[in-house]
Structure formats: C-alpha cells, structure tokens
Design a protein around this ligand. Structure first.
Ligand code: ZN
Length: 289
C-alpha cells in the first residue's frame, strides 16, 4: 500500500474527511494546465468518482481505496472545520508577525512542516470559514476549506511532514488569533422605503463582503461556478468603485476561491476581469469610503 493511501485511510479512521488532490511530477501539476498556479494543491475531479471536489471528501475507506487506485500518487487533502481548523503560516516573514501577535506564547498541538517550508498549526475548530491574509502570510483554513496533508509532495519536491503528530485534545485557537477571526458586523438591508443600507463601518463591511463572496465561489456547485464567480466579481467591483477595496486584492482572493472550486485558469482570469469591469460601471448608491 502506498504511503499516501495508508495516510489517507488513517486520517479517515480518525474521522477526518479526505479527498484526493492533484500531484506534482517532473511535468508539473497532474491537472495538465500550463502555468497551474496551485500545483499539487487543488482537488481532483472525475465525472463519476469525484464530481463535487471538496464536497466529496469522505471518511469511507472503500471510496478512498478507489480514488487512490485510480490516482496512486494523489496528494492527500483534509477537510478543515470539522475535526480541526488549520492556521497556515506561509511566508517566512509571517512567523515573526505571528509570534508578536501571540506575545511569544508557544502554540502547542499538532504541527506540520509544509513542502514550501511553511507551517500548519492544527487547532480546535472555531466555526470560522476560510480567511486569506489574516496577517500578511497567515491564512486560516476553517469551515468549507481543506489543507494539503503529510505525506503529500509539494511542487518543490519536499514532502509535507508531521513535526508533532495529532494527539487529542487539540489546543484552542489562541485568543489574539480568534479576535482576528471574529466576523465583522453584518449589514442588513435598507428596510422600508428602499433606503440605502446604513454603513457605520464601510471598510469592515467591504472586508466581510470579500470573505463572504470568496466562500460562495469556493463552495459553488459545478454548473454554477462561473456565474457565481462573475456575480462575486461584480459585487466586489462595486465596492472597489466606492474605494472600499482594491481590485488587485479582489482578483487574488477570488482566483484562489475559484481554483478551489475547480475552475481553470484562463476562465478564472477572464470572468473576474469582466465581473470587476461590470461592477465598476454600476456603482452602488450609498457606498463610500
Ligand atoms: Zn494543477
């Protein structure tokens, strides 16, 4: 049995839903897209074996056996937000930032060294969804997300490996990090008379909208993904027109979400660009920075 399949079955036996991801070899990502910018990190797709990407993640050993029989080199993806959330510390510069935030208090619990030399901290689920750039270089993988798990192979050739293996109970998310994860207040509709919504913190509203739209895109079902992506880019483009967000950040966050949903690169770029353009030309009344 391959180490990847053995690991996948062991995670599933611990109650963690597993899904097969693309793998990286000498020829690049197994998805075959030239210039794939998430090599070995995005879910496999198959018209009968794996139709809904992330949402097909399972703990069923028979299904896992079938997936790895078909793709023996598939990297192992683990759903987050169920047994654990993962704090994904990517860039080297992010470590000092995180240390400062946590006032040098050590974070206990399972720890993975990623194939790119970053870190994955496994923590008790918070209920939060995915968040990009919680701090620069620090992402959150929570409800609706997944992580690449050991012994998957990174594009660098290095494997993800456990520095500290999971042993229950998992530590709670440290309070300063949890504070960053807390969702900004929701904005309700204008109410009777069709008044524009009252925004007391338009910037926070815009950040929340970015996160919410990205989650919609990442979770969109096949057949609705492109429309969802277009709508998200349109809505966020309106916020960019009101100078509440910048278009570059929107494009980066939405492209990441669309990739997770399984859309291909040229389509993603095209759809985001046209959605942003449409939103820019239809600014929403009542929004201003
Ligand atoms: Zn790929």
């Amino acid at each position: 049995m391959s180490p990847l399949l053995r690991a996948a079955l062991a995670y599933a036996a611990d109650g963690v839903p597993v899904l097969p991801l693309h793998s990286v070899g000498a020829a690049g990502c197994s998805c075959g897209r030239p210039g794939c910018d998430r090599p070995g990190k995005h879910p496999r797709w198959h018209h009968t074996l794996l139709r809904h990407g992330l949402h097909d993640a399972t703990t069923r050993p028979d299904m896992i056996q079938r997936w790895w029989a078909r793709w023996p080199g598939a990297n192992v993806g683990l759903r987050t937000g169920i047994r654990f959330d993962v704090c994904d510390v990517d860039a080297r510069e992010a470590v000092p930032r995180l240390r400062k935030l946590l006032r040098d208090a050590p974070v206990a619990g399972p720890l993975v060294r990623t194939g790119s030399g970053g870190w994955h901290l496994y923590l008790r689920p918070t209920g939060a969804g995915n968040r990009t750039a919680l701090l620069p270089g620090v992402d959150w993988r929570g409800s609706g997300g997944y992580v690449v798990a050991p012994p998957s192979r990174h594009a660098s050739g290095a494997r993800y490996r456990w520095v500290r293996r999971p042993t229950p109970p998992l530590p709670d998310c440290p309070a300063p990090l949890a504070a960053l994860l807390r969702p900004p207040p929701r904005i309700v509709d204008g109410g009777p008379g069709g008044r524009a919504p009252q925004l007391c913190r338009p910037d926070r509203y815009a950040q929340a909208a970015l996160v919410a739209e990205a989650e919609l895109v990442a979770g969109a079902a096949v057949g609705t993904r492109n429309t969802t992506l277009f709508r998200a880019a349109f809505h966020l483009g309106q916020l960019a027109a009101a100078r509440l967000l910048d278009e570059h950040s929107i494009a980066v966050v939405l492209a990441d979400a669309a990739y997770r949903a399984g859309l291909g690169q040229p389509e993603i770029t095209r759809t985001i660009r046209s959605g942003l353009r449409a939103g820019r030309h239809r600014p929403r009344p009542g929004l201003a920075a």
